[in-house]
Design a protein around this ligand. Structure first.
Ligand code: EPS
Length: 379
């Protein structure tokens, strides 16, 4: 079973991801993890914290000569802005943040809650996800994500291979597949920022190269669509998750939603079993299992809840009406959110891969991957 947890406060010494159940025998490319951490720090509209930090991963355990041992991996991302011990408490909870429910729940302070609730924690999730992507790459599975909507401006996706789309996305200041529309969006971010407000958006992640049969129909808590929804919904500020056609499927007839099944003998080789689908409204998942089509997940991110022009709140000490606290923040972190959703999706797919093909060693996984596809093709 491949799983991970994170630890760390936004202004504590470091963020840590503890990855358990990762197979032995994989050479880790640390530069690929650092590149994802840098992308998470970027995107137009980020705040002052990203000018302080230069996120990079250090492996505290689980590697020997750069190769996974099969033992738990501890990944550390050090915080430069380590000032937790000097920070004051916050009396005026921000609507939309963890401040009020967290402080009440713990019978404690707002500071104790906001430090852990902060999206700074996602640096650890991105590190774990970037490690998981390297496992997926061994099996030819690729993951990429982008922004499809920002502040109400609908940008949409685009047809193409993932390497093509990644190149296009990396040329966009907001990580969209329509860099020609960057100016329209960055002007909007500037204007909203000047007004002291924040913006949300929609991100999309696509996974190519998946085999048929990751996940299961048999038990609710191991259905892959359910696991993905949990992983994505648990990212800070996410308020909605869709797979494939998503909510739009509810408005259409069955004949307009379900993807016909065709068979093409010529498309039967290696991991390809010959089944083709002219459409992919299911987003690569049927009954909690991958169906061999690209997986498509979308997530809706609400605008960041720390506003320079604060909302109405209450002083927790005096119970008097006061403006919510303002701490340095981002106007828009939707681009970063696309990197984070990519990372948590990659990790869940890697976990499903380990469930199906075994988690002791890469070598055994490869052999079982081949055996499964040989058996499935011979039927
Ligand atoms: C973030 C770091 C934080 C915030 C942001 C995300 O740094 P600081 O609080 O020191 O400015 O910029 O956190 C939030 C959006 C939030 O609501 O807490 C990061 O590294 O992503």
């Amino acid at each position: 079973m491949l799983r991970y947890w994170t630890a760390g406060e936004s202004h504590g010494p470091a963020l840590v991801a503890l990855v358990d159940g990762f197979p032995a025998g994989m050479a880790v490319d640390k530069a690929l993890i650092d590149a994802e951490l840098v992308r998470r720090q970027g995107g137009y509209g980020r705040g002052g914290r990203q000018r302080i930090e230069t996120d990079a991963v250090t492996f505290l355990s689980g590697l020997w000569h750069g190769t996974t041992l099969g033992s738990p991996l501890a990944l550390e991302v050090v915080n430069k802005d380590t000032k937790l011990e000097r920070l004051e408490d916050v009396d005026r909870p921000r609507p939309g943040h963890a401040d009020l429910p967290g402080a009440v729940k713990h019978l404690g302070s707002v500071r104790a809650v906001l430090e852990r609730a902060s999206a700074r924690e996602t640096a650890a999730r991105v590190a774990a996800g970037a490690l998981a992507r390297q496992l997926l790459a061994v099996f030819g599975i690729e993951v990429a994500g982008w922004v499809t909507e920002l502040g109400g401006v609908v940008l949409g996706d685009r047809a193409g291979t993932l390497p093509e789309l990644r190149t296009l996305r990396d040329s966009s200041a907001i990580y969209s597949l329509h860099p020609e529309r960057d100016a329209e969006v960055t002007e909007l971010i500037d204007r909203i920022g000047k007004e002291g407000d924040t913006l949300g958006g929609v991100v999309e992640v696509r996974v190519d190269g998946l085999p048929i049969g990751l996940g299961t129909h048999a038990q609710w808590d191991r259905k892959l669509d359910g696991r993905l929804a949990q992983a994505v919904m648990a990212v800070q500020a996410i308020k909605g998750v869709e797979i494939g056609m998503g909510f739009e499927a509810a408005r259409r007839r069955g004949s307009e939603v379900h993807d016909p099944i065709h068979y093409d003998e010529a498309a039967r080789s290696g991991t390809q079993l010959g089944f083709t689908r002219p459409t992919n409204n299911a987003g690569g998942l049927e009954a909690g299992m991958t169906n061999g089509q690209p997986l498509v997940v979308r997530a809706a991110m609400k605008p960041i809840s720390t506003l320079r022009k604060p909302l109405e709140s209450v002083n927790l000490k005096t119970k008097q009406a006061e403006e919510a606290a303002y701490e340095r923040s981002d106007v828009c972190a939707v681009s970063a959110c696309s990197v984070i959703v990519e990372s948590v999706v990659a990790f869940e797919i890697a976990a499903a891969l380990v469930d199906k093909f075994g988690g002791d060693s890469i070598e055994e996984m490869r052999a079982r991957w081949k055996l499964y596809h040989d058996m499935a093709r011979s039927r």
